[in-house]
Design a protein around this ligand. Structure first.
Ligand code: FES
Length: 113
């Protein structure tokens, strides 16, 4: 069952199919997000989770260390949506998964555009 992911700022939404990466879903729908290698090693697709959770079914990407995970960072080329129930800060009035791609938010996850 597809999951709706909201990209902040701007509120663009993307339908992500089960087992589809967030980046693949966005590109399929014509949403231009930064990326490079598609393999988890360049970190060009880095994003901050505002709400929800992602999983890495093929293992933790090379460019994503435990401290990055603890800060709520994700690599969209390898991340699949795992849950929309868990919310990370900062709080938001909307439910579901939200991601702020690199360059769209400050270091605290707040929108900069
Ligand atoms: S595109 Fe290189 S790590 Fe995601």
């Amino acid at each position: 069952m597809p999951v709706t992911v909201r990209l902040v700022p701007g509120g663009t939404t993307s339908k992500v199919a089960e087992h589809e990466t967030v980046l693949a879903a966005a590109l399929r729908q014509g949403i231009h997000l930064p990326y490079g290698c598609h393999g988890g090693s360049c970190a060009q697709c880095r994003a901050r989770m505002v709400a929800g959770e992602v999983a890495y079914p093929d293992g933790l990407p090379l460019a994503l260390a435990a401290p990055d995970l603890n800060r709520g960072e994700a690599l969209l080329c390898r991340a699949v949506i795992s849950s929309s129930r868990h919310r990370k800060s900062p709080p938001s009035p909307v439910s579901g998964s939200e991601l702020c791609p690199a360059g769209w938010c400050d270091s605290n996850g707040w929108p900069t555009m």
